[in-house]
Design a protein around this ligand. Structure first.
Ligand code: ADP
Ligand code: MG
Length: 686
């Protein structure tokens, strides 16, 4: 007797070899196979009369074998099996190449389903290498044929046959969704949905099956996110009153006027923090939109209330950069700032250098208002006197649980939380996955900025880029050169170390060239970055380490080598390192690639400079499987649901809201409740 837990090896046709191949697809039990869903379908619903079959088409027919014989083709030493198959309307020639075993299975008189390509040439009309099937209810050769994900050494036919064997077990699967819910939302019950996915009778079946399975996936995420949000609204926070005087003074001292988006984002944050429950807000603004000052305004208000802020940067280099910028901005207000990194043994505030233990002490007794550091700041045992705000720069994976660990020793409040990101997140993804975050968007760059001119160069023409670099650096501006690799490796892609040597002794010998990559020691990295920031270097040859956040407004040229090896999102991030002042900037993307698809993809960057437009374009190009921003979210892609299906996303959200209104703990649907708890753990790891 098969059960859901029966190992696949117990199925007909599965020996040890096949079992090990199924294992590669994570298919270990009958239940796993039930959930191994087709990713597309072939339409063989139209079974043609043989008389109607025409050349150069794909057809499905049903007929009886009249003659069958095999021969060796003289020229290509191939085994050819030829048959004549007839139905009531006519007959057609069928050939199979190099399938010797077929001659033992197929005999005159057999009635077959056949599906495949028809070729028409001077020999006449022939069906070539068709899929064949003898059974009355075909799985492969007629109807709507599911196409499954495969691995080497497995065929569609095999997988269909295995799934067919386990399909009756679908009736034993418990349904996460209660029957009344299914009825209300017009959804198929789980067993019916699985049958519709694996062996649909119509394309209507396929969409009904998809709708049901996708609805459940989305519903679980919506419920998880909405429950998290509700939990946060119940939780105690630390109220930070708006300090108008300092805020106005701060804004007036800035050497520029804030953009409307910056003002809006700052105001959103200040209003949120002036409440009794913790804020959870995402500030989304393209690279260079000026998110740091927005954070500084929040920090200023927190300090004015006698509370502390922890600012988490993605890298040590950035932590130092933020430290320098923010301490300068906040200095007039007496805010005491500390830098906390692994790199330097001596850590500093703007008053006097402090040792690491002294900084820990200062955070604990409240004599430091702001500490800037990397993740080490929260993983270590850092105690705060009165932590009220956590700023996370360019990272999303940070949840309620982690925030709880950041509660101050003596205090009961969960700190406010603001996440800064330049990764444009398509709207549906943001709402679905980060629905527990409020979002402020900074839609425009400061108006003085000039759009970055972007050019794709065949990599034999990169001299054009060197000419520009020499020219601009001669005029006192600076340039980045980005390489895909640190050292030379078998891929043959440009390596930063090699380019650095080549350029400073060759084409760019007249310039001051520096090198930074991930394998350098932190101190060496910092030295190079600092020299570049201070203008002591003209050109910085770098790997992807410069991707996030580095702010050197004087840099106006960028050359990206091997551009085809980076994703659009990453290229946009790189490019955001230039164009950060009122000077015109130019970005060269060089590639050895010649294929239109790659060039087309890179050319998107020449047309679009807005990160949000790029994100949407990327979404359309790649499909929802690998959505921009998904990596940062640590978010598991859905099996069935598509975030591009706005209607389903909306319907499932509305259903989640309604469900929680009547039953906030989901006690009426224990299976669903368990799924949602699992998802909450996944959304907010640790
Ligand atoms: P990001 O949003 O990428 O983190 P930053 O906060 O690093 O951007 O700001 C980029 C640069 O723009 C900084 O040099 C900053 O001082 C400057 N800046 C910020 N806001 C404005 C503004 N409203 N007008 C002009 N320059 C600004
Ligand atoms: Mg930044």
């Amino acid at each position: 007797m098969l059960t859901l837990d029966t190992p696949v090896s117990a199925l007909g046709g599965v020996g040890p070899t096949i079992a090990s191949r199924l294992k590669r697809l994570n298919l270990l039990t009958a239940q796993d196979l039930l959930w191994h869903l087709p990713f597309r379908y072939e339409d063989l619903t139209r079974v043609e009369r043989i008389i109607d079959v025409r050349g150069n088409t794909t057809v499905s027919i049903r007929g009886k074998i009249q003659l069958i014989s095999s021969r060796r083709a003289a020229r290509r030493r191939m085994l050819v099996l030829e048959a004549i198959v007839a139905d009531d309307t006519g007959s057609i020639k069928v050939v199979w190449f190099n399938q010797p075993f077929l001659s033992k299975i197929l005999n005159p008189g057999d009635v077959l389903w056949l599906a495949g390509k028809v070729e028409h040439n001077h020999f006449g009309t022939t069906l070539v290498n068709p899929t064949w099937e003898k059974r009355d209810n075909p799985l492969h050769a007629a109807g709507i044929i599911p196409i499954y994900p495969l691995t080497d050494g497995l065929t569609q036919k095999q997988v269909r046959f295995f799934v067919h064997q386990v399909l009756p077990l679908r009736l034993q699967l418990p349904d996460t969704l209660p029957a009344s819910f299914l009825a209300n939302e017009h959804l198929l019950a789980l067993p019916n949905a699985l049958l519709a996915m694996h062996e649909p009778k119509s394309f209507g079946d396929v969409s009904a099956g998809r709708r049901r399975l996708g609805f459940e996936e989305l519903l679980v995420v919506h419920l998880a996110v909405q429950q998290e949000r509700a939990a946060l609204e119940q939780a105690p926070g630390v109220r930070i009153p708006f300090h108008q005087e300092n805020t106005v003074a701060f804004v007036q001292r800035l050497p520029f006027t804030l953009t409307p988006g910056q003002k809006r984002a700052a105001w959103d944050i200040l209003q949120d923090m002036d409440k009794t429950h913790p804020m959870n807000r995402l500030v989304e603004g393209d690279v260079g939109s000026g998110k740091t000052v927005v954070a500084a305004i929040a920090i200023l208000n927190v300090a004015a209330a006698g509370c502390q802020t922890a600012y988490l940067a993605p890298t040590e280099v950035l932590a130092r950069q933020h430290y320098e910028k923010i301490s300068k901005l906040l200095k007039p207000f007496g805010t005491r700032v500390a830098l906390f990194t692994q790199a330097t043994r001596l850590l500093t505030t703007h008053e006097k250098p402090l040792t690491r233990p002294a900084i820990l002490q200062a955070l604990q007794d409240g004599s430091v208002d702001l500490v800037i550091g990397t993740h080490a700041l929260i993983t270590g045992k850092v105690a705060f006197a009165k932590l009220a705000l956590v700023v996370v720069d360019e990272q999303h994976r940070f949840g309620v649980e982690q925030r709880k660990t950041l509660r101050s020793a003596g205090s009961t409040g969960i700190p406010h939380f603001v996440s800064l990101t330049a990764t444009p997140i398509p709207r549906t993804l943001a709402l679905t996955v980060w629905g527990d975050l409020s979002v402020s968007r900074i839609p425009h760059l400061p108006s003085e900025r000039k759009p970055i001119l972007t050019k794709v160069l065949d990599d034999r023409n990169r001299d054009e880029a060197y000419t520009t670099i020499l020219d601009r650096c001669g005029a006192g501006e600076q340039a980045f050169i980005i390489c895909p690799r640190i050292e030379t490796d078998p891929t043959g892609m440009k390596s930063a170390t090699e380019e650095y040597e080549r350029l400073r002794t060759g084409p760019l010998a007249n310039l001051r060239v520096g090198l930074v990559h991930g394998k350098l020691k932190s101190a060496a990295k910092e030295r190079a970055m600092t020299a570049f920031t201070k203008g002591e270097l003209d050109v910085l040859v770098a790997t992807a380490v410069v991707e996030v956040g580095i702010d050197v407004p004087n840099a106006t040229v960028m050359l990206i080598e091997g551009a085809e090896s980076f994703g659009l999102a990453q290229l946009h991030q790189f490019r955001g390192r230039i164009g950060r002042s009122s000077k015109a900037s130019i970005c060269y993307l060089t590639t050895p690639a010649k294929d239109p698809e790659t060039l087309d993809r890179l050319n998107v960057l020449t047309k679009l400079t807005d990160g949000f437009a790029l994100a949407e374009e990327d979404l359309n190009r790649r499909g929802p499987g690998e959505i921009w921003g998904q990596q940062q979210s640590g978010f598991q892609p859905f099996r069935v649901a598509r975030l591009t299906d706005h209607q389903l996303v909306e319907e499932s959200r509305a259903a989640a809201t309604a469900l929680l209104q009547t039953d906030p703990e989901l006690s009426s649907a224990p299976l669903l409740r368990a799924e949602v708890l699992g998802k909450r753990a996944q959304l907010h790891p640790e």
